[in-house]
Design a protein around this ligand. Sequence first.
Ligand SMILES: Cc1ncc(COP(=O)(O)O)c(C=O)c1O
Length: 426
Amino acid sequence: MKRLSFLKSIAGVGASTLGLSALSSFMPDNSKQADTFPSHLTGGVPDFNKVRKDFPRAKEIYMDNASTHPTSIYTAAAVHRITEWTKNDVGVPWWPAWAESKQECKNRFAELINADHEEIAFARSTVTSENDMLNGMDLTGGNVVLTDLHYTESIHGYKIRELRDGLKLKFFKTKDWQYTAKDLEPLVDKKTKLIAITLVSNVNGFLVKDVKAISDLAHANGAILYADIIQGVGAVPVDVKAMGIDVAACSTFKWLQGGGKGFGFFYVRKDLQDTVVRPSHLDGGVEFNYAPWVDKPDPSRDEIIFSPQKGPSMYEVSYPNYEGVIGALESLKYIKELGVTNIRNHVRPLTDRLAKEMPRLGYPSITPEGNESPIISFAFKNPAEAMRKLESAKIHVAMRFGNKMRISPSVFNNLADIDRLLEVLS
Ligand SMILES: Cc1ncc(COP(=O)(O)O)c(C=O)c1O
């Protein structure tokens, strides 16, 4: 519903009563924001020098986007608008407009990963969704196949089920920081219920190359494929259908440039919903068909009537994170204007230069050669000293797992940022 028709639909109530100034600065305008993006974003290859100006965080050399991606001025403005609404005008009847924004947010995410909008639920977090999936599956007597490049905190969720339910964990230990379907093959058997991968590793940026082959392997054994896509979506093309991904999850605070933590998306292939992946915390309505709740109880109906959520919302619980939805919607529009292929083409030369120059400076890479993601990591003999140097030059990267420096440039970074980092570390 467009703003005008929405306002007209609130018949008989004066504009001042409704606080229309707040309404007009909330959902409907927000949903039109993409129309007002400047010309450097619209049509063809964007001007990335101007994109840099959309991210005030680029005032310093920030290349830790794999931890938290900064928001653009547009996403920040959208989140600000909903905060202003909460501050000044909460209670204004905005549900029709809200419903539209909420659905548009899901539609845009579905489009980004080539899913159907009927396959997308809002999520609290990647790890939460992965656990919801596990809680909703019948894993009795089965095993799951994982790798040591899976997100470490998620692995805990599997461990709990091993201890509690006897679920067998089959672990592939990578030898050279990567793996293929062939590596996993010996671990998979007819008792395998699930193969879980992290599409792009948070450790070294390894992008799993043969996801479809891993999916085929899972399916041939009656299992499903889960992918943690948080380090990929928004930065590299993700096509859940072509890749054969059955269930996936992400938050928006990384490459989706969203406006805050604790909000994301959960994708569940349609035919798996409520069958292989059942909702684990049923949400929905409850009616009491007895006095004093109703004057005349209907004898043909139960006394307590449950109406659980249908469709992908069955995986949602209670209210979604409104601020998250509004921030994500704006970011999804921005990312669409930029184009994921353009984003990828912009960042590739940056990581390529790092891949070439860092080993020459004595820092071997732990990221496979020719890897197609914006994350690249290097091993350091003296990590503390390297971080001190970078901090004093106001260059932000991550040092993880002891001595592994993770550098993750994004749309607002450029080759000058890379050269400066190389200069400081040389
Ligand atoms: C690969 C990966 N998965 C999951 C997470 C955690 O995400 P969330 O907060 O959405 O659970 C992270 C965060 O760093 C991550 O890198």
